[in-house]
Design a protein around this ligand. Structure first.
Ligand code: GRF
Length: 189
């Protein structure tokens, strides 16, 4: 998948904090693998936009109120910028089947559970409610079904006796920051 001689051009889609984005930016600077060319957010106040701007990465906001119109505009920019891979990182909108088809096999996502367990939201409280021994995180390809595409990489995190969703979330996030760049390395090499 690596473009000849050049770094692979990536767009990251976010909605909030952007710690995964920040971590991917850091990784991209230390490696010759990829370059983050564009950050797309559906929220103007997403904290992650600050890291993008600090690193002089182009940012665009689309509210997804008229999803198909916004997706068309996004596709045009992605084509113009020659984006090869889209990384979803805490992006809270569901992309249409049509959009996913256009970027088939080139959209990946990070999810805070050991998929196929706990697709969707509130993964940490659900695993605590079920008295699971382990939680974790997964990087997977995006297909038209929510959190269901082929798994690239997973990391288990042991649930401790006194864990709350907050403490568990923190430990899982640390692992997310390890496996997201690693998953990119796997698919780009
Ligand atoms: C992460 O837990 C990720 O797995 C989930 O949303 C959260 C985003 O966090 N999809 P951040 O915005 O990258 O800090």
């Amino acid at each position: 998948m690596k473009s000849s001689g050049n770094k692979v051009k990536i767009a990251v889609f976010i909605s909030g904090r952007g710690s995964n984005l920040k971590n991917l930016i850091k990784f991209s600077k230390k490696n010759n693998l990829f370059k983050i060319k564009l950050v797309i957010s559906n929220k103007r106040d997403a904290k992650g936009l600050i890291s993008a701007k600090r690193n002089k990465i182009n940012t665009k906001i689309y509210y997804f109120k008229e999803k198909s119109k916004d997706e068309k505009k996004i596709l045009n920019i992605l084509i113009k910028d020659k984006i090869e891979i889209i990384c979803l990182a805490g992006f809270m909108k569901i992309l249409s089947k049509n959009f996913i088809k256009k970027f088939n096999g080139k959209i990946i996502n990070i999810h805070p559970s050991l998929l196929p367990k706990y697709k969707g939201l509130n993964t940490h409280s659900r695993s605590l409610d079920n008295n699971d021994k382990y939680s974790g995180c997964t990087v997977h390809f995006v297909n038209s079904k929510l959190d269901s595409g082929k798994i690239i990489l997973q990391k288990k995190v042991k649930i401790l006796q006194n864990d709350t969703s907050k403490t568990l979330q923190k430990r899982v996030l640390k692992q997310e920051h390890k496996i997201y760049p690693e998953a990119l390395r796997i698919i780009l090499n």
